[in-house]
Design a protein around this ligand. Structure first.
Ligand SMILES: CC(C)(COP(=O)(O)OP(=O)(O)OC[C@H]1O[C@@H](n2cnc3c(N)ncnc32)[C@H](O)[C@@H]1OP(=O)(O)O)[C@@H](O)C(=O)NCCC(=O)NCCS
Length: 380
């Protein structure tokens, strides 16, 4: 019979996964699941998605206030100045097999860059330097894996537009820039999500900023966090046309499958980001939008009918997938593009953590034996 020591904390009633546990205080973002609201530093996400650039949101999350004209132009100049790729990092990307997942390539490039570029305590300058390079690393790898040479950034293009340019060599349409900019704004921070928590844990050990970011990229990669959006695209591609939607969705639910892009752990109403992404998707690809909207409406009606009371609504992934596909991204770039946005939230949280640091070191409730009789190796 095993026993536990009297020092072990009692096992509390818990659903696991630290659900409901407050792990930090933050002034960065507030997620209101019942009301369906998301706020960054006091501003509703709807105002930010419609009226600000991703650069303004970077400034907001790192400095705590929206920039004025002068601050914004200085800030943009500083970002553009960081758009450089050390030859060693480019070589690392060239050496990766073309079959490497872009998320792995991004994690590797960030780590290699950090090894030669980052010294000292986390700072806004470091946050800016690493954020500026995410599109470069991703686009360079994407081109190399297709047998194309990486391109030089264009200083007149903002973060979103420059990323699309670096991928394709074309200056993108305004609707694509606007859509991707809104996506980057909307995904930049989201309370104590798993990757942000990961970044804060690493930062709390006084490790460097890049170690915390690399760990966060690892957490984001998993399908329960950022690794699933391309599944929405798979669903829409499998449905193919409006006429197929009803039978396809009925069939999926009859087989106990989950409809991708619906339901959320925190939001028990529509995810506020979905509203913005829906409109951006419509503007970026009016034709493709028709199928997506039809599937969404049917799915919501079916979920209401077949899963009454579960409060299943459109989540951020549904129109993220529609929008990212509309602006020309292929499915395996969705999660690293999410990382390109969320790195701003990660770094803001890292800075917040180190500012009032205390090592994050929770306890485990040991449930194994404590009184086994030890036998030396020769007697086992
Ligand atoms: C996001 C998600 C993991 C949240 O899960 P959760 O809070 O743990 O909710 P649960 O898994 O407890 O689901 C509650 C009920 O709703 C059902 N449900 C939840 N999401 C569903 C979906 N997308 N399609 C069909 N049924 C769904 C579950 O089957 C369950 O039904 P039951 O009570 O008959 O068993 C879940 O809604 C899901 O798997 N969605 C699809 C994948 C997705 O879009 N992921 C991106 C999230 S941003």
């Amino acid at each position: 019979m095993s026993t536990t020591t009297s020092e072990t904390p009692s096992h509390k009633e818990s659903k696991g996964g630290l659900e409901g546990i407050v792990a930090a205080t933050t002034a960065l973002s507030k997620v209101e699941g019942t009301a369906g609201r998301l706020i960054y530093c006091g501003y509703t996400i709807h105002d930010l998605a419609r009226k600000t650039s991703f650069e303004e949101v970077m400034h907001l999350l790192w400095f705590g206030h929206l920039p004025n004209h002068k601050e914004l132009s200085d800030f943009k100049l500083a970002l553009v100045a960081e758009r450089t790729m050390p030859p060693m990092v480019m070589q690392v990307l060239r050496d990766l097999p073309a079959s490497t997942e872009p998320m792995d390539a991004l994690r590797t490039a960030v780590s290699a860059w950090g090894a030669i570029s980052i010294k000292g305590h986390p700072s806004i300058e470091q946050a800016l330097a690493v954020t500026a390079r995410f599109p470069l690393f991703l686009a360079a790898f994407h081109r190399l894996r297709r047998g194309q040479e990486p391109l030089e950034s264009r200083s007149e293009l903002d973060h979103a537009a420059n990323y699309l340019y670096l991928l394709t060599g074309q200056v993108p349409k305004d609707e694509y820039i606007k859509g991707l900019n809104a996506y980057l704004v909307l995904l930049a921070d989201h309370g104590m999500n798993a990757s942000t928590f990961t970044a804060r844990v690493v930062a709390s050990t006084e490790a460097d900023i890049v170690s915390a970011i690399v760990a966060a990229i690892g957490a984001l990669k998993g399908p329960l966090h950022g690794g699933a959006p391309s599944k929405v695209l798979d669903m829409l591609n499998a449905i193919g046309m409006v006429d197929n939607a009803d039978s396809w969705l009925h069939n999926a639910l009859a087989h106990g499958e989950r409809l991708m892009g619906f339901g959320h752990r925190v939001y028990k109403t529509e995810d506020p980001r979905a509203e913005e992404l829906r409109e951006m998707s419509r503007l970026a690809d009016p034709q493709g939008f028709v199928l997506a909207r039809h599937v969404e409406e049917l799915a919501l009606a079916l979920l209401e009918e077949q899963k009454p009371g579960r409060r299943l609504y459109t989540n951020v992934e549904f129109y993220s997938a529609v929008l990212l596909a509309a602006v020309g991204l292929i499915g395996d770039l969705f999660t690293p593009t999410f990382a390109m946005s969320r790195v701003v939230g990660w770094t803001a949280h890292i800075l917040e953590q180190v500012h009032h640091n205390r090592l994050i070191r929770p306890e485990a409730d040991y449930i194994g034996p404590t009184d086994l009789h030890f036998l030396p190796l020769s007697e086992r």
